[in-house]
Design a binder for this molecule. Structure first.
Ligand code: UDP
Length: 242
């Protein structure tokens, strides 16, 4: 998994992220949306709300409820995945919701719901993190007031080496995988899971590596949001000139 030059299966150095592309406002029928490509993983997020809640008995008098569905398309993995929600998808929907919840001013929208749909189009490891990153962008794109963006990234251990942003094979063959989500402005970690085993020293180093990755992703998120408004501004200016 690590060659004699210290490089990984896809040629990356241990502390290097995969190439990342992000775009905001990609779906016209959702209130907010975003698309992310992180290496070979491709994930789409759509947000609706705040909107009237059905069934109504779920409504809370003092805040909005946040609902999240993480779903893998049947064609997203090598072996066709059943479209029905698996145990893993139910778990990921819950942890992603909890990762995003502290970022949103839910108390501003009592008796409503905010709904997030995450569709994994192609999976090559790290999809819960890519899904969280895209969902935070889609929430911002929907104009939902937020305390901070949420950036997510995994780090772990492969062949005895601590590495950032594991791909599928590194996730499966490696010794440990730790997905983390982080809100840099608030200094708040909202997701921390771990698969495998690490010493306490390694744990601290892997956590720091993941946080560094989150900070780089956070910068890309802000650029993606700005890019949308630059495009709108240019469109308006062209309209005004003609
Ligand atoms: N995976 C798969 N089939 C499945 C679920 C997962 O092939 O039904 C692959 C997929 O590439 C995924 C990877 O295993 O990205 C790692 O899955 P994990 O549960 O660790 O979540 P992730 O790293 O995607 O957040």
């Amino acid at each position: 998994m690590i060659d004699e030059k210290g490089l990984r299966t896809d040629g990356r150095r241990p502390n290097e992220l995969r190439p990342i592309k992000m775009e905001v406002g990609v779906l016209s029928n959702a209130d907010g949306s975003a698309y992310i490509e992180q290496g070979k993983s491709k994930v789409l997020a759509a947000v609706y709300g705040p909107r009237e809640l059905h069934p109504r008995h779920l409504a809370l008098p003092d805040r909005a409820i946040l609902r999240c569905r993480y779903h893998m398309a049947p064609f997203s993995v090598e072996e066709r995945k059943s479209p029905a929600p698996s145990r893993r998808e139910i778990e990921l929907s819950k942890v992603i919701r909890e990762a995003l919840e502290p970022a949103i001013f839910l108390e501003k929208f009592p008796r409503t719901s905010i709904d997030i749909f995450i569709e994994v189009l192609q999976a090559d490891g790290g999809t819960r993190c890519a899904g969280t990153t895209a969902a935070a962008l889609a929430l911002a794109d929907a104009g939902i007031p937020m305390r901070d963006l949420v950036a997510a990234c995994a780090a772990g251990k492969v062949d005895g080496v601590l590495v950032l942003d594991l791909n599928d094979i590194e996730d499966k063959e490696g010794e440990a995988d730790m997905p983390v989500s982080y809100m840099p402005n608030l200094g708040l970690i909202s997701l921390l899971q771990m698969d495998g085993s690490l010493t306490f020293e390694e744990f601290k180093q892997v956590l720091n590596l993941a946080l560094e990755g989150c900070k780089q992703i956070y910068k890309l998120q802000k650029e993606a949001l700005k890019a949308k408004y630059v495009a709108i501004k240019e469109e308006v200016e062209t309209c005004l000139q003609s």
